[in-house]
Design a protein around this ligand. Structure first.
Ligand code: NAD
Ligand code: WQD
Length: 332
C-alpha cells in the first residue's frame, strides 16, 4: 500500500515509517518540521531499507494536500501531525485547536475529495480522563479532558466518528497510545523535543546527561505501592509495529476501530528510574515534590483487544526502553 504519513519525521512517526518500509509499503511524509528535522527522512530510509517521498508542509495547507493526493495514488493516511505538549496547550489553546482540530478537518476534506477514506489516527490514553478505572478499556466512555491538548484528542475522535456516520465508506482506526518512550535500537532515531521537556523520560535523560541536577518526582503520596504515579510505558518500536497491524486490518474494512496501544503493565516513577539506572549504570538523583495538577495515580491499558483482533502485543521491556534511549542520547 502507499501510505501518507503526516508528522512522519517526528518521534513516533519516524519509527512507524521505518516499520512501514520494512513491511514493503510505500511512504510519503508530510511534515512542516515544527518539531523534527529533515535529515530524519534519510535515516528512516537507511533503517527501513527503502525510499520515501518527503514533503515539507503543513496539514492546514489545503492546496498542498490536494497536490499530494493528485500526484500519488494514496491508499491510507496515518495521521500523527499535531502539537502535543500538555502544559503549552494551556497557554496556547488557539494554536492547539487550530493545528490539531483545524488541521485534521482540512486533511479529512482533502482525503474525502481525493476518494481516500482510510485513516489511522494518533489518539491518547488522555481521552479516558480521571473518571474511569484502570485498566482502561476501549469500550469505556471517554472522560473529561483536564487540558486543551486532551480536549483536541477527544474532539478529533468524535469528529472522525461523525464523519463515518455521514459516510459509511470511511475506514477509521483510533489508536490510543499510553506512554511512548524508547528509541530505535540502532541509536539513529529517538525523541528530540524542542524546548523544555515535560514528559518523564526526556527529563530523566536530561538528568542522566548532567543538564539537570535531579528529577523532581511529582507526588510521593499517591495510593500506589511506592506512592509515585504509575503509567504504562511502551517502547516506540512496539508502538510503531502496532500501527502496521492496525493499518493492514482496517484498510478495506469500513467502520471505526479503537485500540489501546500499551503493555498492560504499570510502572511507577521510581521503578522507571531504577530500570534506567540498571540498564545504563547512571544514577538519577530524585527529589519528591508536590503533585502535578491534573495527574492521576494510575494509568495503564487493557491490551486484550489489540492482541485478539490485531494479533499484536508489546514485546520490549523497560530495560530495552532505557538502554535504547541511552544509546540514542550518547549518539547525539
Ligand atoms: P512529535 O512532535 O515528535 O511529532 C509530530 C510531528 O508533527 C512533528 O514532526 C512535527 O514537526 C509535525 N507537525 C506538527 N504540526 C504540524 C503541522 N501543522 N503540519 C505538518 N506537520 C506538523 O510527536 P510524537 O510524540 O511523535 O506524537 C505524534 C502523535 O502522537 C501526536 O498527534 C501526539 O499527540 C500523539 N501522541 C503522542 C504521545 C506521546 O507521549 N509522545 C502520546 C499519545 C499521543
Ligand atoms: C509520567 C509520570 C508524572 C515528569 C502525558 C500526557 C498524555 C500522553 C503522554 C500525549 C507521571 C511523573 C513526570 C517529571 C515526574 N501524551 N513525572 N516528574 O502525564 O502520564 O502523560 O504524556 O498524548 O496525554 O498527559 O506522562 O511523562 O508527563 O508523566 O514525577 O518531571 O511521571 O507525574 O506520574 P503523563 P509524563
Amino acid at each position: 500500500m502507499l501510505i501518507l504519513v503526516t508528522g512522519g519525521t517526528g518521534f513516533i512517526g519516524s519509527h512507524t515509517c521505518v516499520e512501514l518500509l520494512k513491511a514493503g509499503h510505500g511512504v510519503i511524509i508530510l511534515d512542516n518540521l515544527y518539531n523534527s528535522k529533515k535529515d530524519t527522512a534519510a535515516r528512516i530510509e537507511a533503517l527501513g531499507g527503502g525510499k520515501l517521498v518527503f514533503y515539507e508542509g503543513d496539514i492546514r495547507d489545503r492546496a498542498l494536500l490536494d497536490s499530494v493526493f493528485a500526484r500519488h495514488a494514496i491508499d491510507a493516511v496515518i495521521h500523527f501531525a499535531g502539537l502535543k505538549a500538555v502544559g503549552e496547550s494551556c497557554a496556547k489553546p488557539l494554536e492547539y485547536y487550530g493545528v490539531n482540530i483545524g488541521g485534521t478537518v482540512t486533511l479529512c476534506e482533502a482525503m474525502r475529495d481525493a476518494g481516500c477514506k482510510a485513516m489511522v489516527f494518533s489518539s491518547s490514553a488522555t481521552v479516558y480522563g480521571s473518571e474511569n478505572f484502570v485498566p482502561f478499556r476501549e469500550d469505556m466512555p471517554t472522560g473529561k479532558a483536564t487540558n486543551p491538548y486532551g480536549s483536541t484528542k477527544i474532539i478529533i475522535e468524535q469528529l472522525l466518528r461523525d464523519l463515518l456516520a455521514s459516510d459509511p465508506d470511511w475506514q477509521i482506526c483510533l489508536l490510543r497510545y499510553f506512554n511512548p518512550v524508547g528509541a530505535h535500537p540502532s541509536g539513529q532515531l529517538g525523541e528530540d523535543p524542542n524546548g523544555i521537556p515535560n514528559n518523564l523520560m526526556p527529563i530523566i535523560s536530561e538528568v542522566a546527561l548532567g543538564r539537570r541536577d535531579c528529577l523532581q518526582v511529582f507526588g510521593g503520596d499517591y495510593d500506589t505501592p511506592d506512592g509515585t504515579g504509575v503509567r504504562d510505558y511502551i517502547h516506540v518500536v512496539d508502538l510503531a509495529q502496532g500501527h502496521i497491524r492496525a493499518l493492514e486490518n482496517i484498510v478495506g474494512a469500513p467502520g471505526c476501530a479503537i485500540y489501546n496501544l500499551g503493555t498492560g503493565k504499570g510502572l511507577s516513577v521510581l521503578e522507571l528510574v531504577r530500570a534506567f539506572t540498571e540498564a545504563t549504570g547512571v544514577e538519577i538523583p530524585c527529589k519528591i515534590v508536590g503533585r502535578r495538577p491534573g495527574d492521576i495515580a494510575y494509568c495503564y491499558a487493557d491490551v486484550s483487544k489489540a492482541k485478539r483482533e490485531l494479533d499484536w502485543e508489546a514485546r520490549l521491556s523497560a530495560a530495552d526502553m532505557c538502554a535504547d534511549v541511552w544509546r540514542w542520547l550518547l549518539r547525539q
